[in-house]
Ligand binder design. Structure first.
Ligand code: MGD
Ligand code: MGD
Ligand code: MO
Length: 581
């Protein structure tokens, strides 16, 4: 695209949009060093999985085994999640069911207990952060807003005050404690704040930067062995649009304040129509384009809306270097089978296109895919690339690194790359750029009257996002399932296995009801990734019946996003559920 003269680029991502927006304010240039190696879990006595379902929504391949190992070594584990997950069950975790999107309130209340019961290591926190006292004043209600204590939080997050207090005491007393936030806690309205508060909690308990502890950062990966990568022919003058707003940018263009009038889209390795917010809007956006292309292995909802579908080789047909989500190692995989049919690798397709458009040499640098892989390994920390190709894995020598340990040990000798050199719990730059208070505060989501249930749309353990999410594939086990509490089902006359409609002001979709006590009453759950399936015009179903028959969760989510990051909001969506027929 850049060689052809540039393109509008999508900024940020759906994974950690809110977290990555606040990270630079919090840790400055050291944001990338705030993770930990999974092997350090064996030193933890207490592990808090805060919206982290790591045996199912895997944050890398190493953490699940490390969590179960920590359990065998006697660590106590707690899962804070609206659902009692398989992770909680298999790791013997205590379950604290929290209402989606309310973690910031719960975290403030935990801080309140730590501060008011003398369980906080205040000197440790003060010496390593800017604004700890300012945050403490807010928590204790010295700002005039009333204490943000367990009784206050109970009404917001649905957890009895006594249970919040019990958890805070155990967390405050059992060390080292590792707080592991899932990405879910920031994929909500105002998701920027729970992320900063999880860091505040690890500072307040003195676990920040300690072996067996953690910084509380969502950015749980520490840089592994360096591997070369493509120079992406960056073109800084390319206009950008927040990824969540791509359909708005297409539909509104310059007249809506977006940087360009977009006529064409080139999609490679994403099911954009299904995976971003507001699928109905996404369908309109694809229809408004003059031309759309994708590289795909399957005829996804996105591919169906493209003019040209180029058959792409599957990862199983390709040789590649693998960079783990978390952990100090590099993987290498050989192709499991040769290319089949007319499929070609993405690199091969793009190279050929580049040649035909007259800038082939600029794109390929005269190298084949294999040449590049060899060059990346040549230009890497991997001492013996042949051994890596042979065994499939290179483990770097130190497997137990704790992020920002040197800073935590001696903050004066190892200042962070922030204006104060400390973790900026209070950030003047944040306040200036966003117009919000400099400290993380509780910002309730706008209410949507008439929709009394909160929807979460987590990852399915059986698939990666929408891959295998078409109706009837073995991976989707025959269609979308809505999980709800028997109490909420009874109130709506919904029996197990009944067909239900889930709707809000944006749209509606269908699923089959599954009743379980493993979900907080008032919360319902629909796995993300089921494929959008338009209601056929000849079906005779009235337009209000459903926007989608496939169970695609994003029919119900929006493209407004969380202020100020414009990150996606995909948990805590107000909806109503009713029986069909
Ligand atoms: N099997 C599988 N694993 C995956 C993926 C996949 O598609 N499939 N995708 C990968 C990708 S790209 C990503 S970004 C990661 C990140 O994945 P995450 O964002 O961590 O995963 P989610 O499933 O959205 O949420 C994790 C847990 O948080 C709970 N939860 C939902 N809302 C809230 C809330 O408001 N508060 C709290 N405390 N908990 C809440 C959910 O019930 C769920 O059990 O997962 C990766 N791992
Ligand atoms: N409601 C809701 N929506 C969500 C989320 C959520 O939690 N809830 N999670 C969000 C998150 S964290 C993410 S990261 C996004 C993910 O969004 P996407 O990245 O769009 O998700 P996938 O469904 O994995 O789509 C990848 C597509 O690429 C194809 N593919 C796989 N390998 C290759 C390859 O080598 N080459 C090519 N050309 N194609 C390939 C697959 O067939 C698949 O159709 O979804 C987001 N959407
Ligand atoms: Mo993601």
């Amino acid at each position: 695209m850049n060689a052809a003269g540039g393109a509008t680029v999508l900024e940020g991502n759906y994974s950690n949009g809110a977290a990555r927006f606040v990270l630079p304010y919090l840790f400055g240039t050291d944001a990338g060093l705030s993770g930990f190696d999974p092997a350090t879990l064996r030193h933890s006595r207490f592990i808090v999985l805060w919206g982290a379902n790591i045996l199912e929504a895997r944050l890398g391949t190493e953490l699940p085994a490390r969590l179960l190992e920590a359990r065998r070594l006697g660590a106590r584990i707690v899962s804070i999640d609206p659902r009692y997950t398989d992770t909680a069950r298999r790791s013997g975790a205590g379950w604290i069911p929290v209402r989606p999107g309310t973690d910031a309130a719960l975290m403030l209340a935990v801080l309140h207990v730590l501060l008011s019961e003398g369980l906080a290591d205040e000197d440790f926190a003060r010496g390593r952060s800017r604004g700890f006292d300012e945050l403490a004043d807010y928590v204790l209600g010295r700002d005039g807003g009333g204490p943000r204590d367990p009784a206050w939080a109970e009404g917001i997050c649905g957890i009895p005050a006594g249970e919040i207090r019990r958890f805070a005491r155990e967390y405050g007393r059992t060390k080292p404690a590792l707080l592991l936030p899932g990405y879910s806690i920031q994929r909500v309205y105002a998701g920027e704040d729970p992320f900063r508060l999880s860091v505040a909690l690890q500072l307040a308990t003195g676990n920040f930067g300690r072996l067996g502890g953690s910084t509380g950062s969502i950015n749980n990966r520490l840089p592994g062995p360096r591997v070369g990568s493509l120079d992406d022919l960056d073109r800084p003058e390319n206009p950008g649009v927040p990824i969540l707003r791509w359909p708005d940018a297409v539909l509104e263009g310059c007249s809506g304040g977006y940087p360009a009038d977009i006529r064409a889209a080139y999609v490679c390795g994403s099911n954009f129509l299904n995976q971003g917010g507001d699928v109905s809007k996404n369908v309109r956006a694809f229809r408004a384009l003059d031309f759309a292309v994708c590289h795909e292995m399957f005829l996804t909802p996105t591919a169906r809306h493209c003019d040209v579908v180029l058959p792409a080789a599957s990862p199983l047909e390709k040789e590649d270097i693998g960079i783990p989500w978390c952990g100090n190692w590099v993987a290498y995989k050989r192709a499991a089978c040769p290319l089949r049919g007319s499929a070609r690798t993405d690199y091969d397709i793009l190279s050929d296109l580049a040649h035909r458009m007259g800038f082939g040499e600029a794109f390929t640098g005269g190298r084949s895919e294999r040449d590049w892989l060899d060059a990346f390994l040549e230009d890497s920390d991997v001492p013996d690339p042949d051994a890596l190709r042979e065994t499939g894995i290179y483990l770097a020598p130190d497997q137990e690194r704790t992020g920002l340990a040197e800073f935590a040990e001696d903050p004066r000798a190892h200042p962070l790359g922030t204006p104060s050199g400390l973790v900026e719990l209070s950030s003047p730059a944040w306040a200036r750029d966003t117009g919000l208070p400099p400290i993380p505060v509780w910002r309730p989501a706008p209410e949507e009257p008439g929709f009394s249930l909160l929807l979460t749309t987590p990852k399915s353990p059986l698939r990666t996002h929408s891959q295998g999410g078409d109706l009837g594939t073995p991976a989707s086990s025959g269609g979308a399932v809505l999980t709800l509490h028997p109490r909420d089902a009874a109130a709506r006359g919904i029996l197990p296995g009944a067909e239900v409609r889930i709707r809000n002001a944006r749209g509606s979709t269908r699923a089959v009801a599954e009743l379980t006590e493993s979900i907080l009453p008032g919360t319902v759950s629909l796995y993300e990734g089921a494929w959008y399936e338009a209601v056929p015009e000849e079906s005779g179903l009235d337009a209000g019946f459903a926007s989608d028959l496939g169970g695609s969760a994003n029919v119900l989510t929006g493209t407004e996003g969380s202020p100020p990051s414009t990150a996606c909001v995909m948990h805590g969506i107000p909806v109503e559920v009713e029986r069909i027929g």
